[in-house]
Design a protein around this ligand. Sequence first.
Ligand code: CA
Ligand code: CA
Ligand code: CA
Length: 334
Amino acid sequence: MKPYISRYCLLILIFFLELSDSSFLSGQPVPGKDENIPFLVTFGKYGKTSWGDANFYEIFFISILKDYTQPFYIRVFDPDCGGEYDEIQGVFDSKFLFSVYGGKGVDPDKNEDSKGLEKGVNYKTGNLLASKVFGSEAKYDNKYYTFGPFNPAEGDYNERWKSYIFKIICEGVSGDDGNLYRYFISRDQNSNLAIEGANAFTYEYTFRMWNDFKSVAHIYPYVDTGVVFIKQSNFDWDNDGEILVVSRYKQGIEVPISNEDNWVSSNIPIEPAEINSSLDFQFHKKQGELVKNNNVVITLKNQRGDGIKFYSSPIGGVPVYIPKTNITKIPPKK
Ligand SMILES: [Ca+2]
Ligand SMILES: [Ca+2]
Ligand SMILES: [Ca+2]
């Protein structure tokens, strides 16, 4: 009897380990759990940039570790533009094209155009794997639509990250309304099941803030080898409080903020000790009068002008500030 009991206990232990593991892996929801961002937002191409979307498309990359060989799905929450969540301008009369790309040309480490940062470049690189247009459709309102299954090997292989890279684009092809939506990268077609080691990232992040005073949104850019300084650019922040940068070595540097329909940029020096870790950009809303439905855009570039990745699950975890006094103690002079 005894060996059965211990085997049973082991199975329970494995089950709970897997449970805790999947809750630990927050890489699959986009925006990620640690980001505290309610929605991504894309406006129809006839929208006004003063509503908070600078270019009427949003690109997200998905990385799947090569060890994961099962099919996967990209689930879009509230892909329609109508009913719940979405931002109406007059009447809901906008259409949005969601398209998924794989194959050569997708990996932004090998193809700068794929990032979609420069005006006029063709960012629809790679092979089109799936696409669908959504308008104001009750069928998809407050519900998921699932793209896939996709075979991980259909992605663009990145040797450094040992991952296959995919890309999903949401584009406002007509109308002027704002489409709010989220993604979930899943092992399952009908539910949100995390994939170990998967992550999502973008180079130009267009998102909605919560409509309250207390919620702080975060984004986590990854500082790669060779970065000396970062040029941050934020757009249409509506003068809504503070944007702070926290890292292991920055306690909360305030960056200059945009107001209405404008870009504001500044340079942030990077310390060698911050290399190969994530920074924490914090978006603190203004107190007093609530700025409602605030959509904002942020991009970061290194000193060479290359776009910097924001991961939905920060690499190395959420950075925590370590007070300098604990690191370098100057010995008293004798
Ligand atoms: Ca909706
Ligand atoms: Ca929507
Ligand atoms: Ca705004």
